[in-house]
Design a protein around this ligand. Structure first.
Ligand SMILES: Nc1ncnc2c1ncn2[C@@H]1O[C@H](COP(=O)(O)OP(=O)(O)OP(=O)(O)O)[C@@H](O)[C@H]1O
Length: 226
């Protein structure tokens, strides 16, 4: 983290191939903030998230996310940077051939955890946070869509990230289950992890008001309204 900010972008241009998607982007997100990212389909939300998690490179301007300078981010740094940010996307992306516990153990092992006791403890901790400790032995198909999304949130929390990036995390869920996921994400931000969440769901935004960033006409508006 640099100062109190987990994301800071200064005057960056965001390209997809040769196409300029967003220009002169300035953006800051502070520790523990909850921020919505809105904008029409194709307005650049996913491209902006990709810059922040190191999937797209910065060509002009500079910035940092979770303590990493984005301008000179090396491919070799990306896996380490990703340990400091959790990603929650619309499709649950759990491995279907293994239990919830094994899904989480897989990520911990892939990010360098070796001690079995510590792995077991961490898995129990994150499942406790999302209210699913009792389901750790279940297979993904044995739990509901909302519960699967909770597991994805738990998975994003495994390495105690400074930031969660969520792209339409409630997109496949019914309204009641969406609200449960929102309550969970809000709790996470209140405990100090910033959350940047792309959504088209204005009902959710009205129910859980917070700062809104908008992609519109090739620009990013830092304090927008719906
Ligand atoms: N891999 C790619 N190659 C070329 N152009 C792309 C690529 N990905 C996205 N684009 C283009 O970049 C622009 C922004 O797309 P982006 O996916 O960031 O929008 P979005 O706001 O996330 O849209 P949605 O709400 O539909 O997810 C669009 O014009 C899109 O066609």
């Amino acid at each position: 983290m640099v100062g109190n900010s987990v994301i800071k972008l200064n005057n960056i241009d965001i390209f997809q191939q040769k196409h300029l998607v967003l220009s002169s982007v300035n953006l800051h997100v502070d520790k523990g903030e909850f921020v919505y990212l809105i904008g029409q389909t194709g307005s650049g939300k996913s491209s902006l998230l990709k810059i922040i998690y190191g999937d797209l490179h910065i060509q002009n301007g500079d910035g940092h996310a979770v303590g990493y300078e984005l301008k000179n981010l090396k491919d070799a740094d990306v896996p380490f940077m990703r340990r400091k940010l959790g990603i929650v996307f619309q499709d649950f992306q759990l491995l279907t051939d293994r239990s919830i516990e094994q899904n989480l153990a897989f990520v911990l092992k892939a990010t360098g955890w070796k001690d079995k006791n510590l792995i077991d403890e961490r898995i129990k901790d994150v499942l406790e946070k999302v209210g699913l400790r009792s389901k750790m032995k279940k297979m993904p198909h044995e739990i509901s869509g909302g519960e699967q999304q909770r597991v994805v949130v738990a998975r994003a929390l495994l390495n105690d990230p400074e930031l969660i990036l969520a792209d339409e995390p409630t997109g496949n869920l019914d309204p009641e289950t969406s609200e449960e996921i929102m309550i969970l994400l809000r709790q996470i931000s209140q405990s100090g992890t910033a959350v940047l969440m792309a959504t088209h769901d204005y009902h959710i935004i009205r129910t859980f008001p917070s700062r809104i960033i908008k992609c519109e006409n090739g620009k990013v508006i830092e304090d927008a309204t719906v």
